[in-house]
Ligand binder design. Structure first.
Ligand code: KIV
Length: 273
């Protein structure tokens, strides 16, 4: 393991992420939704753990992120927080809890912070959610932005294809990123956009830009745990690198267990009282 960028004792804060960008140290970010995985990921040295609303897909089996509720996100965030000592924990505000009503946005963010003890929230969108972001920030709650492919808007986009390939959408994305920085977001996730555009945003902004399907010219990378560990085998976009085949390992282990139970090999004498 390379340890040159990992300080396992020092708590990661929003301020420290900005320092990392300025030092040119890349930021690692991965999702987690439960205590046991979060503990492993934190102890491995991850900088940021995202309790993503992708829990709707990979934990609950929904086809989109839209159905997950605030109560369900808080449940996941509470479980994750119990396993984390060092990483910064960011929680997604779910669909329908912040758009179009900044008071409701603040109330949703406050619930997440109070009930889970997480350290920041993430919201999808730019100018259209400015008031919500500002109100949350005014309560001292750090906000991470999310632009590009924003899965909560899948019904508007119609597909999960690469976003901002055309100039008009790219210009809006740059303007939105600058706006989010100006009003006080501490970082922005850019999802599934051209690498050149993402690199330009990372260069022009002083806050960290974390990419997913946004190339290597940004300040850090985020992936969904189930995708990179090969648990969720049905999802294989070009940007995804699989670091393990846990579905294969789990299938083998479970089949061995079934066969040991059926044959009477398990439990043996040493495994009995
Ligand atoms: O919910 C999630 O997992 C996310 C990442 C894809 C960035 O928002």
């Amino acid at each position: 393991m390379s340890t040159n960028t990992i300080d396992n004792n020092r708590k990661v804060t929003t301020r420290r992420l900005v320092e990392m960008k300025h030092r040119g140290e890349k930021i690692s970010m991965l999702t987690a939704y439960d205590y046991s995985s979060a503990k492993i990921i934190d102890e491995a040295g991850m900088d940021v753990i995202l309790v993503g609303d992708s829990a709707s897909n990979v934990m609950a089996g929904n086809t989109t992120t839209l159905p997950i509720t605030l109560d369900q996100m808080i449940y996941h965030a509470k479980s994750v927080m119990k396993g984390v000592k060092r990483a910064l924990v960011v929680v997604d505000l779910p669909f329908g809890t912040y758009q179009g009503n900044s008071k409701e946005a603040l109330a949703s963010a406050v619930r997440i912070m109070k009930e889970s003890h997480a350290e920041a929230v993430k919201l999808e969108g730019g100018a259209e959610i400015k008031e919500s972001v500002e109100r949350i920030l005014s309560a001292g709650i750090p906000v991470m932005g999310h632009l590009g492919l924003t899965p909560q808007s899948i019904n508007k986009f119609g597909t999960y294809n690469v976003r901002a390939k055309e100039k008009e959408e790219a210009d809006k994305l740059i303007a939105d990123a600058k706006l989010l920085e100006e009003i006080g977001c501490f970082a922005i996730v850019l999802e599934k956009i051209p690498a050149k555009l993402a690199a330009k945003v990372a260069k022009e902004l002083t806050i960290p830009i974390i990419g997913i399907g946004a190339g290597g010219g940004v300040d850090g990378q985020v992936l969904v745990m189930h995708d990179m560990l090969g648990i969720n085998k049905g999802f294989s976009p070009r940007f995804l690198r699989r670091y393990a085949d846990l579905a294969g390992i789990m299938t083998d282990a479970v089949q061995n267990y079934i066969s040991d139970v059926k044959s009477g090999d398990f439990p043996n004498e040493q495994e009995s009282y």
